[in-house]
Design a protein around this ligand. Structure first.
Ligand code: PLP
Length: 450
């Protein structure tokens, strides 16, 4: 099992790695010390990179959600990180799940104890076989944004509870989705008429302002549009009962987003006794919970230009630039692995030193230099940080840490060049750890998640 090398783990779900107590920092160190031991024993891949996942951080995000948006039920976006512990914890806490595919639906329902009504199949463009499978699994809630999808649903899941995904302003987000999904408002009356004609039940409206939304004011406009679509629904002969405000929640801006959403709902849905409001947060729940420890496996001087300069290139100027990276470090996870978030999720990562020359104590007076950090594959796109500042004494065998590595990382990592995915060590080490362990133990005692 991936984390068996960390001592003293509690076994709640026998098929999962053990669950530890203790601060994530402690587990980063224990993992590193264990890697040193395995290296001394000449074990293959002894210095393998690893995550430390703090489930109590996920729990605290849930408490934050409940405190700020008590009226809105979160349906965790599984795609963000389909971690088995995270799914179990959120299931035990009563959230719903936003699934994008058959496998995500299976992952959630296989946990046991999760009624299919707690799943929304929130992918507006599904293969017909996936729609049929959803029907078989009892997953009724699903989104659509085009007429073909309605034909498919009518054929493969006529009892579905359809949710129209509308286009909203996604220009204030790291990852915009409007280029691919969302019905422009002008097309909605036609879609609803088609749904009526096909005898389908449309129960409400969803939108997504884009992932990593850095201007929460966009939720106001999106909810105003959703209101307009509720009115279109009435015109078409429907009484909508569901408003789905999607995802996009950024940790640092969450409270601000919550205020905007609450105000918008009060303004546009003053009478909402018969309306259920849900959301599909991903990043918010999981980003901070995972940290990554990666080993420096190689170090080299930066390439000096081997070819004569083109006339326009000021090589002397470039060489004189003292700010240019002095050293290239190569670590054992990269953009084909956990750091795919750099390419796909537009993230910028910030390495820091976890251990240097066998010591966890890094003096703040340590001299530094500008350097670059690269992943382990033979591809030159595999650059983790083109320019960063780290201690000059850093060398092969030392360890770097990366925070906020929970969202859109593990889930899209590949094994390109034969590198294995990094393992996860689980802990409940932060505040509220006992509550998390009790919650999971009670869930397991009911026979779920085993
Ligand atoms: N809902 C849908 C339909 C999505 O496509 C996504 C992200 O891709 C999410 C929710 C989660 O978004 P976020 O992680 O920004 O909360």
């Amino acid at each position: 099992p991936p984390s068996s090398h960390v001592q003293g783990g509690e076994v709640i779900f026998p098929e999962l790695p053990p669950l530890h107590n203790g601060h994530p920092e402690v587990h980063l160190r224990t993992g590193i010390m264990d890697a040193h031991r395995r290296a001394a024993d000449h074990e293959p891949d002894a210095e393998k990179a690893f995550f430390v996942a703090d489930l109590s951080q996920v729990y605290r995000q849930h408490l934050r959600w409940i405190a700020c948006l008590p009226e809105i039920q979160p349906f965790y976006a599984v795609k963000c990180n389909p971690d088995p512990y995270v799914i179990r914890l959120l299931a035990a806490l009563g959230t719903g799940f936003d699934c994008a595919s058959n496998n995500e639906i299976k992952m959630v329902l296989d946990v046991g104890g999760i009624d299919p009504s707690r799943v929304i199949f929130a992918n507006p463009c599904k293969a017909v076989s996936f729609v049929r499978n959803a029907a078989k699994q009892g997953v009724d809630m699903m989104t659509f944004d085009n007429a073909d999808e309605l034909y498919k649903i009518a054929r493969a899941h006529p009892r579905a509870k359809c949710v129209v995904r509308i286009l909203t302003d996604d220009s204030k987000s790291l990852c915009a989705f409007g280029i691919k999904f969302g019905a422009p408002l002008v097309t909605v009356p036609g879609l609803l008429a088609k749904a009526k004609e096909l005898n389908l039940d449309v129960i409400g409206v969803s939108f997504h302002v884009g992932s990593g939304c850095y201007d929460p004011s966009v939720y106001m406009d999106a909810i105003m549009r959703a209101r307009a679509v509720f009115d279109m629904g009435k015109e078409a002969g429907y009484t909508f009962k569901l408003l789905d405000v999607g995802g996009g929640f950024e940790d640092a801006l969450f409270e601000r987003a919550a205020v905007v959403i609450t105000q918008a709902i009060d303004r546009y849905f003053p009478d909402r006794r018969d309306i259920r409001i849900i959301a599909e947060p991903g990043r918010f729940y999981i980003s901070k919970a995972f940290r990554l420890a990666a080993n420096i496996i190689a170090r080299r001087a930066p390439l000096t230009k081997p070819l004569p300069p083109a006339p326009s290139q000021d090589v002397n100027g470039a060489e004189a630039n003292s700010d240019a990276p002095a050293v290239m470090y190569y670590i054992n996870d990269g953009v084909y692995g956990a750091f795919n978030c750099i390419l796909f999720d537009h993230q910028v990562v910030h390495p820091y030193v976890l251990s240097m020359n066998g010591s966890f104590h890094i003096a703040s007076s340590e001299p530094t230099h500008t350097c670059s950090v690269w992943g382990p594959t033979c591809d030159s796109i595999d650059c983790v940080s083109a320019k960063t500042v780290l201690p000059s004494a850093l060398q092969v065998g030392d360890w770097l840490g990366f925070d906020n590595m929970g969202a859109y990382t593990v889930c899209a990592a590949s094994q390109f060049n034969g590198f294995e995915l990094s393992n996860v060590i689980y802990t409940t080490g932060g505040p509220a750890g006992n509550e998390v362990r009790n919650t999971l133990a009670a869930f397991a005692a009911e026979g779920h998640g085993l």
